[in-house]
Design a protein around this ligand. Structure first.
Ligand code: UD1
Ligand code: CA
Length: 465
């Protein structure tokens, strides 16, 4: 939309967060709070998005560098009106409408912005259109004051309210649409004669009304949408609402979530139909789960792909890895970054895999470490196998070719290759390459000394005397 620009106010420190980090970088469902309004604006077709940054601006600029976004630094936080004044530098000569959102109001929905745009453009004459809502407890919000005809006349901030105004339950959501022309010619008229000594953006409403201009408003039913995040209690509440939305979207698309309240799925994670997710799971980053999977209790998956029909059993941890179709992982398995598993692979309990590939149908069922290894198809890795990939200075690769069998409690000292269909006897320490089809074994000859235990006991009895 060429005639729509947007400003997001994100310069405040967020004093009530009691944090070194700018408020808008605190995360909600895996994304910094500010991601949500910016993302919504991109989807709403804003041609230009100006972020007003201040406290911790370097960090905010770094987190949001994007060709669609430009930044304005508000050196001193003199109020929301002043913040918009700073943003207007970037919008000189812009003829259309300017949508203003707050960086600390992350739950606003696309439909809300859409209905605001529709309202503003249908009438075509309003200087300002704004979004309001009725809340149970209006504490902290600006109150909407209306005249006898029901028209908005002004917004009064909590700290400037008369006792009567304090009772008003209709509040300012901080979502506005201004005609750029109105903004350019009126923003400098804002004063700071108020309880906080700040330039209040909402004072523009009174200015417009006094100047005989039209102010339109749209009221939305779901007050949770406009919840501002000012402290960590509200951060947790907003995150809870956001997660509920994410879970609902997945459930509607065919995913079973046994207990949504205890299932933590970040924004952007995908899962296919007929996948079942048990309580206590955390799925984050760029994770994509296929269809027909089972993700059991307490599983943690970060930025990984899980193929169709795979089961991830309880308390497994998977990070930056790719799991093929119909895998059987865990319980208590750990897949570290750059692990790539083909189809029908089994990784059992207390197995750690790092930067390794396993071919189709290969298995490592118990108590094993596989690091920097390239493992073919149909390989069986016995309990307690260790790839010794690190000599204190360098990391080296272990290769295990198709069909090989690694006996339990073996150490494969890398760099080393176990050839196709070769056998490694239990308890072997392999230091040299093993040719295809051979057996390698380093077991010491076994001795059985009969009667040994009895003689030992007698010796002990003598010592005591
Ligand atoms: C603001 C509104 C209030 C509304 C509420 C909705 C004002 C004066 N009040 O109150 O009517 O009900 O939002 O959530 O606007 N900011 C800057 N620069 C500044 C000051 C603030 O960029 O100088 C940014 C903040 O970082 C924040 C946003 O503007 O993202 C809102 O500021 P905040 O101080 O949280 O305003 P509220 O008191 O919540
Ligand atoms: Ca706020």
């Amino acid at each position: 939309m060429k005639n729509l620009a947007a400003v997001v106010l994100a310069a405040g420190k967020g004093t009530r967060m009691k944090s070194e980090k700018p408020k808008v970088l605190h995360e909600i469902a895996g994304k910094p709070m500010l991601f949500y309004p910016v993302n919504l604006l991109k989807k709403s077709g804003a041609g230009k998005i100006v972020l007003v940054v201040g406290f911790g601006s370097e960090a905010v600029v770094k987190a949001f560098s994007d060709p669609a976004v430009s930044f304005v630094v508000q050196e001193e936080q003199l109020g929301t009106g002043h913040a918009v004044m700073c943003a207007l530098k970037e919008l000189r000569g812009f003829p259309g409408d300017v949508l203003v959102l707050s960086g600390d109001v992350p739950l606003i929905r696309e439909e809300t912005v859409k209905s605001l745009l529709e309202l503003h453009r249908k009438g075509g004459k309003a200087a300002i259109s704004l979004v309001t809502t009725d809340v149970e407890d209006p504490t902290g919000y600006g109150r909407i004051v209306r005249d006898a005809e029901g028209a908005v006349t002004r917004i009064v901030e909590e700290k400037d309210c008369s006792p009567l105004q304090k009772k008003i339950q209709e509040v300012n959501t901080g979502v506005y649409l201004f005609s750029a022309e109105f903004l350019h010619s009126n923003i400098k008229k804002l004063g700071k004669e108020n309880a906080q000594g700040e330039y209040y953006l909402p004072d523009l409403i009174h200015l417009a009304v006094e100047g005989g201009l039209r102010v339109d408003s749209v009221s939305i039913a779901d007050a949770t949408e406009v919840m501002g995040v000012n402290n960590r209690v509200e951060l947790a509440k907003a995150a809870e609402f956001m997660r509920a939305r994410i879970n609902e979207t997945l459930m509607v698309s065919g995913v079973t979530i046994i207990d949504p309240r205890s299932t933590y799925i970040d924004y952007g994670v995908a899962a296919g139909a007929d996948t079942v997710i048990y309580p206590g799971c955390r799925l984050s980053g760029t994770t994509v789960i296929g269809s027909g999977c089972v993700i059991e209790e307490g599983v943690v998956i970060t930025s990984s792909k899980i193929g169709d029909g795979s089961t991830i059993k309880s308390y497994s941890v998977i990070e930056k890895s790719e799991v093929g179709k119909e895998n059987d992982i865990g319980p208590f398995a750990r897949l570290r970054p750059a692990t790539i598993l083909a189809d029908k692979v089994k990784i059992g309990n207390f197995v750690e895999v790092k930067k390794s590939t396993l071919g189709k149908g290969s298995k490592a069922n118990h108590l094993t470490y596989l690091g920097d290894s390239v493992i073919g198809e149909g390989v069986n890795i016995g309990a307690g196998t260790i790839t010794c990939n690190y000599d204190g200075t360098n990391k080296s690769v272990t290769r295990i070719e198709d069909g090989a069998f690694i006996g339990s409690d073996s150490q494969l000292v890398a760099p080393v290759t176990i050839g196709k269909d070769a056998y490694v006897g239990s308890g072997t320490t392999v230091t040299r390459d093993v040719p295809a089809g051979s057996l390698v074994i380093t077991r010491a000859p076994e001795k059985v000394i009969e009667g040994w235990a009895g003689r030992k006991l007698k010796g002990k009895a003598k010592e005591k005397k």
